[in-house]
Each structure stands twice: as structure tokens, then as C-alpha cells.
Design a protein around this ligand. Structure first.
Ligand SMILES: [Zn+2]
Length: 141
């Protein structure tokens, strides 16, 4: 399983060459509204020493000191609202053609990425099950 990769059609073409003669089984796009992505990223905090992830909703136990290593837990510079907006715009620009690319190959499953991790996992598993059934029945997904 690849997570967050490929990001461009160029990378997708390269990946196709690497996995040949086996194709990809399914490409899952988790759809999350920009406002929610913004909220998730803006609340993220990270340990400067070990990289452990926290959030303003789930901070370390003691005064922004890492539970794992005792390092300082801070907001990354590229997690400010302005920087996040820049990254999201870039992501949209790169990813929109990529989604079309996979859609044209009948590999794309668009999945609602909002809600609890369990709910999103259930949707992803459901999409994979559907794809498997279609493969077993000899249909193209
Ligand atoms: Zn740490």
C-alpha cells in the first residue's frame, strides 16, 4: 500500500512502469473539505526532537513537553494557516489531473474522509471489498 504517493501524473506513470506487469488494484482518494483539512493541520503540534505528533485537542501530558522524549512540542512553521493554504493550493493543482488520470483507468474510488477514524476505515474497507468482488467476477473494476 502506498500512502500519499504518487502525487503527480508523472509519478503515476513511473509507478506503472515499476509495478509492471501487475497493475494497481485500487486508488483511493479520501475527500475532506478544505476547511476541515485546515483545522486539522492548524491544530497539529510536533516534537522538535523525535517528531511525535500532537494536537491542540490532544497535547502532551506536561506543558508542551514531549511524552516520548521530553523534547519541546511546537507548531511547525509550515503548519501556519498561510502556509497550509499554499500547500493545499499546490496539492489541488497537482492532484486534480492525477484523479482524472486514475478515473480514466477505472481505478479511482472517491471516499468521504470526514468523521471518526473508524468510520473512514469502514468506508475504505468497503471500497476494497467491492473492488475484490468485481475482480473475482471477472469484471473490470
Ligand atoms: Zn519527542
Amino acid at each position: 500500500m502506498l500512502d500519499g504517493c504518487p502525487r503527480t501524473t508523472g509519478q503515476a506513470e513511473a509507478l506503472e512502469g515499476i509495478v509492471e506487469p501487475f497493475g494497481l488494484d485500487i486508488v483511493i482518494n479520501l475527500q475532506v473539505p478544505t476547511s476541515l483539512v485546515m483545522k486539522r493541520l492548524a491544530s497539529r503540534r510536533v516534537c522538535v526532537d523525535c517528531g511525535a505528533n500532537y494536537s491542540t485537542a490532544a497535547p502532551p501530558l506536561v506543558n508542551w513537553t514531549c511524552d516520548v522524549c521530553g523534547g519541546e512540542v511546537v507548531q511547525r512553521q509550515d503548519d501556519t494557516e498561510e502556509a497550509i493554504e499554499r500547500r493545499l493550493n499546490l496539492y489541488e493543482e497537482e492532484t486534480a489531473p492525477l484523479l482524472d488520470w486514475y478515473k480514466a483507468r477505472n481505478l479511482l474510488a472517491e471516499i468521504n474522509g470526514t468523521g471518526s477514524p473508524d468510520a473512514v476505515t469502514r468506508r475504505v474497507v468497503g471500497a476494497i471489498d467491492t473492488m475484490r468482488r468485481q475482480l473475482k467476477e471477472g469484471m473490470t473494476p
